[in-house]
Design a protein around this ligand. Structure first.
Ligand code: SF4
Length: 774
């Protein structure tokens, strides 16, 4: 379907106005987007051509960009060569960002629901009316429930998330749910439980990279992606494990189609060889590590021959990996990865990865695993009042724990039976949060304020999420597009796109730390506001409602008015940026001119190894191979292995991922990107497809215990026979994402709600499905 076919929604059709005829004749999304931009003819400033340094927001990487603006309109986005982290790269998504301000379906005016929820009937209101309404609703819920935590705040990662959290703190709820509970929680917990920090991997200087399922060639994380694709050093070996032959597998020197859920068995086999054959770095272990004797005793039964039976990778290959890894050490990496929401044993698996790097001494050296450094940007850290009427988080039943979230059939001796001890205090645990809201246990949450997190499409078990929404009296959503969450909201407040607004300075910590920010390339095309302006407007309205301040110390409220309202929100964002960079002479000027601020390009290694005063942020001050705090909480201090559940005959394990041209659920309705990928397809092994009598291009029903989706088949030898896959972001429910509305299949609709019981992360590779011809 062309972007301008008769099937287009009426709103999209009207939005492109007089350009439609010409665009339809072009018949291409790429050309059509240019036509869409022509809607803004009246905004033109004749004869002006500018280049503005800012940063991309089409995914979380924040690559530096230079916006080429002609006649007041974004003409093209180019990479910023001074942003060395992205290796002078702007990916397909980054390039496609030029459409964002002109997307005909973007949100342009605040909307109040007038029909039933999800009916799509709205009344336009002004921003001022939206601020009044949101402040009034916050006050109503606080008074009605006598608990500020009856309003929960849900957000996604981004520069203005910090500002959103200023709004949260001004109101005083501690019920916040952030994106790591669907992505990074397990890897952060796993690596931090060994090193005390979540480190970076020095891919560019590494001689050996061991990577599990992080499809770096598609799930793009610059600079790693570019370093794998273009800068692979002479002699570097990359070994990649994944049930699917991804683009990353194609780039690797060796690909092992690991049996899903058994990555931990593989790495235990590797550790076994390294310890039993004395290939570890004894001097490093002696000086920096704690718990080696426990590890040495524990690892004995986990031979490569044992591991082969679990993970279906030959013992000889496991031995080869161990020896090559040890030979390359300390310039050897086990890639820490992102989106580690896979299996119920994720934290133990990530701990094992960290342990392997530690015993080989691959810490804080070129080509190894390194602590993250940062540039000196001032943390403003303003003061907020303490509010009496704030209960504990709803997803914490006792100290740091989430109880009874582990499905009975997934429990084992190797995993904690009943509790999650290390849920991120600010991140929460989405599945636990949703269950608590549904159960109204231990209290009621009946209002949500959401900043750019499309949880209807991101959180497993969409049907249950829709049930949860029935418990919600009021939901406000701040976003740039009519996501599913916005579509089912009561109040929708449009935010300016990243090319139209100022964003504060952010420190991108890592081996090569750099700070970046955003400045507007163009004026807001539809007069929309930034989160900074929205939060300031809502807080001003909140201050007019005495019932919102009666449980705080009046002196603290006065301080807050000075510190937050006057010093931050009453000033333009440029003042905020100036204050962030005030301690570094020339930093503000550098930022405005180059779009970046850094002290040096070269990495510094070794400070944690040579400083005799240095202590790791662990209980013992050492690298904890056996974790002391885990032992105290009744968890296993070492990563013990439990055989994963297996699908019964006729079923397949559903595994997730995405395509390189889309980010989560945020970019599928972009005209440029839609042109590349119009719907997703079910990867199924060719032999299994034959057995089921299906072939590429057929449509099938994919059914799990919680939902069913229809999707096109892609029969391929690039996936194991015991699992199936389709990419994230399709099968959408919002008609105002018309390019992908009901196109392809949604992951959230079929995923079951399994949870990683240490971090509280969703475990998204634990769902089994059946396949039948549609
Ligand atoms: S990786 Fe691509 S989408 Fe992400 S910030 Fe960089 S250019 Fe933008």
């Amino acid at each position: 379907m062309s972007m301008f076919s008769p099937k287009l929604s009426r709103r999209r059709f009207l939005a492109v106005g007089g350009s439609v005829a010409a665009a339809a004749a072009l018949g291409s999304g790429l050309k059509a987007v240019k036509a869409v931009a022509d809607v803004q003819e009246t905004k033109k400033v004749a004869g002006v051509s500018k280049h503005i340094a800012s940063s991309c927001e089409m995914c979380v990487n924040k690559c530096g960009l230079i916006a080429h603006v002609v006649d007041g309109r974004v003409k093209k986005l180019n990479p910023n060569p001074k942003f060395f982290k992205s290796r002078a790269m702007l990916c397909a998504r980054g390039n496609a960002g030029a459409e964002e301000p002109y997307n005909p379906e973007r949100l342009t005016k605040p909307l109040v629901r007038v029909g039933e929820r999800g009916e799509g009937k709205w009344k336009e209101i002004s921003y001022e009316e939206a601020y009044v309404l949101l402040a009034k609703k916050l006050a109503e819920h606080k008074v009605k429930n006598d608990n500020r935590n009856s309003v929960a705040f849900i957000s996604s990662e981004g520069f203005q998330e910090e500002i959103f959290h200023y709004l949260v703190q001004s109101y005083g709820s501690t019920n916040t749910v952030r994106h790591p509970t669907l992505c990074l929680s397990s890897v952060i917990q796993g690596w931090s439980s060994v090193y005390g920090v979540y480190p970076d991997a020095d891919i560019r200087n590494s001689k050996f990279v061991l990577m599990f399922g992080s499809n770096r060639a598609e799930a793009i994380i610059t600079p790693d992606t570019i370093d794998f694709q273009k800068n692979k050093p002479e002699g570097q070996k990359v070994v990649y494990l994944d049930p699917r032959f991804t683009n990353m597998a194609a780039k690797a020197d060796k690909w092992y189609p690991v049996k899903p859920g058994t990555d931990l068995a593989f790495i235990l086999g590797v550790i076994n060889v390294i310890i039993t054959e004395n290939l570890y770095d004894a001097a490093f272990v002696e000086q920096f590590c704690d718990g080696f004797a426990d590890l040495q005793a524990m690892i004995v039964p986990y031979t490569p021959e044992w591991a082969e039976k679990e993970c279906e990778i030959p013992a000889a290959e496991i031995r080869w990996v161990a020896k090559e890894y040890a030979k390359a050490a300390p310039a050897a990496v086990v890639y820490p990865g992102r989106r580690t929401s896979w299996y119920v044993n994720d934290v133990y698996f990530r701990r094992a990865c960290a342990i392997l790097t530690a015993i080989c001494g691959c810490w804080d050296v070129p080509g190894g695993i390194c602590p993250k450094a940062s540039v000196p940007v001032k943390n403003l850290d303003p003061l907020f009042p303490y509010f009496e009427k704030t209960d504990d988080r709803i997803d914490q039943a006792s100290y740091g724990s989430v109880k009874n979230r582990m499905p009975k059939d997934a429990r084992s001796a190797a995993l904690p039976a009943a509790e999650v001890a290390y849920m991120g205090e600010k991140d929460g645990s989405w599945l636990r949060f949703r269950d608590s809201v549904l159960a109204e246990d231990p209290y009621k949450v009946d209002a949500l304020v959401v900043y750019k997190q499309n949880f209807i499409e991101a959180v497993p078990n969409r049907a249950k999420t829709m049930e949860m929404l029935k418990k919600i009296d009021f939901m406000a959503v701040i976003d740039i597009q009519m996501t599913e969450v916005a579509y089912f909201a009561d109040l929708v407040i449009p935010e300016s796109t990243y090319l139209e607004r100022w964003d504060s300075v952010h420190n991108l910590a890592g081996i090569q730390p750099i700070a970046t920010f955003r400045q507007p390339a163009i004026e807001p095309v539809f007069g929309t506001k930034s989160m900074f302006e929205i939060a300031g407007g809502v807080i001003n309205e909140m201050l007019k409602l005495p019932e919102l301040w009666d449980d705080a110390d009046p002196e603290e409220v006065e301080d807050f008015k000075l510190d937050v309202v006057e010093d931050i929100f009453a000033q333009p964002m440029q003042e905020y940026i100036k204050r962030q960079l005030a301690d570094q002479p020339g930093a503000y000027e550098m930022m405005m001119k180059d779009g970046v601020f850094y002290l040096k390009e070269e990495a510094t290694y070794g400070s944690t190894r040579t400083n005799p005063e240095f202590r790791f942020k662990t209980r013992t001050g050492k690298i904890e191979l056996a974790n002391v705090k885990y032992a105290e909480k009744g968890l296993h201090s070492l990563p013990l292995y439990e055989r994963p559940r297996q699908p019964e005959a006729g079923k397949y394990r559903f595994i997730l991922g995405r395509h390189g041209y889309n980010t989560h659920t945020g970019t599928q309705n972009n005209g440029f990107l839609w042109e590349i990928q119009k719907e997703n397809q079910l990867w199924i092994n060719t032999e299994e497809a034959k057995k089921l009598g299906i072939a590429t291009g057929d449509y099938v029903k994919v059914t799990s215990a919680v939902g069913e989706q229809t999707v096109m088949v892609y029969a391929t030898e690039k996936i194991r026979r015991d699992c199936v896959f389709y990419a994230h972001g399709y099968g959408r429910l919002s008609p105002q994402l018309s390019l992908v509305y009901k196109k392809g299949a949604s992951q959230a609709a079929i995923l079951e709600d399994y949870i990683e019981p240490i971090s509280g992360n969703s475990a998204m590779h634990e769902t089994f499905v059946s396949i039948a011809k549609a």
